[in-house]
Design a protein around this ligand. Structure first.
Ligand SMILES: NC(=O)c1ccc[n+]([C@@H]2O[C@H](COP(=O)([O-])OP(=O)(O)OC[C@H]3O[C@@H](n4cnc5c(N)ncnc54)[C@H](O)[C@@H]3O)[C@@H](O)[C@H]2O)c1
Length: 356
């Protein structure tokens, strides 16, 4: 057994843990530590397990909990619910083992690296009667939550998720690493099956696709353009869309939303001074009303883990199910296939191979 730190011992407290004490598992550990301090949550953060024991020890020490050498140790310590924050290629192995041991799981995004693995995770959750949530964090972003009630008939999305390069999550490409966040959100917003996928992507600094541009057309006629990059010089996380007489701009990082509504369809164009930046399209027409919905800043991970713990306690369907995770993964896999097809038709195959 790992370090024996003093833990609160409330018999009815839900015993939670984290599998994987890497870059993101550390965040889960920090949030569980904070939630443990809230009596309303009534949880006991029993520890973190990592194959790299030194890493588990370091995170455990930082957040006042125990380090475990293995999942078996964490299970033996009585964990009831756990975050799975190991590399995606091991989600099935780790989450599967926990579910078989009677533990409810929150599995980080992307759910798995293949549809077969996602199906197996879903099957295991049903077979062992486990609450299992997919870790699509952006659904818990307060700006996304504030936008849900504004949706009428979104017809055109423009999405950018750009990051500077870090040698992390390189076990998957940028579609599964970054774009999948937006695929999940747009699928939830568009509420229509995807009809057509056009995509281009390239490996730049890693051996997998690092930058991609995707155009989706939905059966409803809605179109969505996505750009995702993990080799950018700046960090941008924005989703913008148009619906009849309305433009909505959402900034995931700043957690804010701007709504421009055209309430006068025959406005008198005002005088526009091209040298005056204040003379924007919005101010040029008297009939456009800007509105900023109130968004209470919140850490999405805290809201996500609270929601998971609530589903565990109530034995209710999680807000983001494994089926949702599978749906986003399935689209991501089709996009990767479309990129491969485009590379072949653009004679990029040799280039891609040469760089990998
Ligand atoms: N939701 C988000 O915004 C977000 C952001 C970053 C990462 N993630 C996801 O979180 C997961 C982890 O990513 P990361 O960047 O923290 O990875 P990481 O490589 O930094 O950490 C993974 C840790 O898991 C440990 N590990 C590997 N196999 C294990 C096993 N069988 N049992 C116990 N521990 C094991 C490794 O030793 C390592 O410490 C990935 O699925 C990633 O996609 C999600």
């Amino acid at each position: 057994m790992g370090d024996n730190l003093k833990m609160p011992n409330r018999s009815d407290a839900l015993r939670v843990g984290v599998a994987g004490a890497g870059a993101f598992g550390r965040n889960h550990a920090r949030v569980y530590r904070d939630l443990q301090a809230d009596p309303a949550q009534n949880i006991q953060f029993i520890g973190v397990a990592d194959l790299d024991y030194a890493r588990a020890q370091s995170v455990a020490q930082e957040f006042g909990t125990q380090a475990f050498h293995s999942l078996d140790e964490m299970v033996a310590a009585g964990v009831q619910a756990a975050s799975v924050a190991v590399p995606t290629v091991t989600h099935l192995e780790v989450a599967g083992k926990l579910m078989q041991s009677g533990v409810d799981v929150l599995i980080e995004k992307p759910l798995a690296t293949s549809i077969a693995e996602a199906d197996e995770l879903i099957e295991l959750s049903l077979r062992y009667g486990r609450i299992a949530q997919a870790g699509h964090l952006e659904r818990f972003n307060p700006a996304v939550r504030a936008t849900v009630s504004l949706l009428t008939q979104p017809m055109f999305f423009e999405v950018h998720r750009l990051s500077v390069f870090t040698p992390r999550s390189l076990d998957v490409d940028v579609i599964l690493d970054l774009m999948i966040h937006d695929l999940d959100v747009v699928l939830a917003f568009a509420k229509s099956p995807v009809k057509e996928i056009r995509a281009v992507g390239l490996p730049i600094l890693s051996k997998k696709i690092d930058i991609a541009n995707v155009r989706l057309e939905f059966e409803s006629g809605c179109v969505a353009n996505f750009t995702a990059s993990r080799v950018s010089t700046e960090r941008i996380r924005k989703l913008r869309f148009f619906q009849p007489h309305q433009y909505i701009s959402l900034d995931y990082s700043r957690q804010d939303v701007l709504v421009l509504t055209v309430d006068d369809l025959n406005p008198e164009p005002a005088e526009v001074d091209p040298f005056n930046p204040a003379s924007t399209a919005a101010s040029a027409f008297s009939g456009i009303t800007p509105f900023k919905p109130k968004v209470e800043p919140q850490e999405p991970l805290r809201t996500e883990l609270s929601s998971f713990l609530c589903a565990v306690r109530e034995r209710s369907t999680p807000e983001v199910t494994l089926a949702d995770g599978r749906r986003a993964l399935s689209l991501a896999v089709q996009i990767v296939d479309a990129i491969a097809e485009h590379s072949r038709s653009a004679h990029l195959v040799e280039l891609t191979r040469a760089e990998s």
